[in-house]
Design a protein around this ligand. Sequence first.
Ligand code: JD2
Length: 238
Amino acid sequence: MRVDVFTIFPEYLTGALDASLLGRARAAGVLDVRVHDPRRFATDPHRSVDDTPYGGGAGMVLRPEPLFAAVEAADPPRPLILLSPAGPRLDQARVRALADTPGFSLLCGRYEGVDERVVEHLCDEELSIGDYVLAGGEAAALVVIEAVSRLAPGVLGNESSAEHESFTTGLLEEPQYTRPAEFRGWAVPAVLRSGDHARIARWGRAQALRRTVQRRPDLLAGRTLAPDEVALLEETDD
Ligand code: JD2
């Protein structure tokens, strides 16, 4: 999978792209991330990428010329997605759809955003990662790349683990434990140490259901509980 990123702060991305899952995927050749700095395409003596907004107002706006030049020189994979608080919110369905493509590109704004002609005539769509305001698109780009990459073929060590997880099953995950069996007097639930795999699976499903009902009932809104799920919920005590 190829992902091209356009940012005036390329160093913002480099540490994250080299670390952990993304670093391994890139080293293995499964993920090809190319970071482009529009400042390299600025033509004026000061290499300026921003200017004051027409009509007045606070802050600066990214100029169209260096952004168009950087994108046209790279000929990046489409769709070219503009990270913006004005876009539709990213969810796991969009993440899966992007993971099913050979690639896509991300354009990061800064300051008050980008010139609207970039939105209308250069980018294909907009995307927001959530209802809060960032200082620019770079952190959002990393969120998109990480969420999509872990679903891309060959990236996760365990292919099955991405499949039956929360937002895929539509439920939150059950709690997880590791050794020691008792830590500061707090024991791991006995069922998990019983070796009875059918009971363990049943406990996990009951926990996942109960947590979802209690913490994220919105996730269940468009989903009817199956009769066996209702039974599981009713037989759980607390
Ligand atoms: C960005 C800014 C608009 C004031 C470029 C913010 C985002 N979920 C999200 N929250 N914020 C962003 C985001 C993305 C790009 C830019 N700003 C700052 N924008 C009004 C300040 C500039 C996403 N994706």
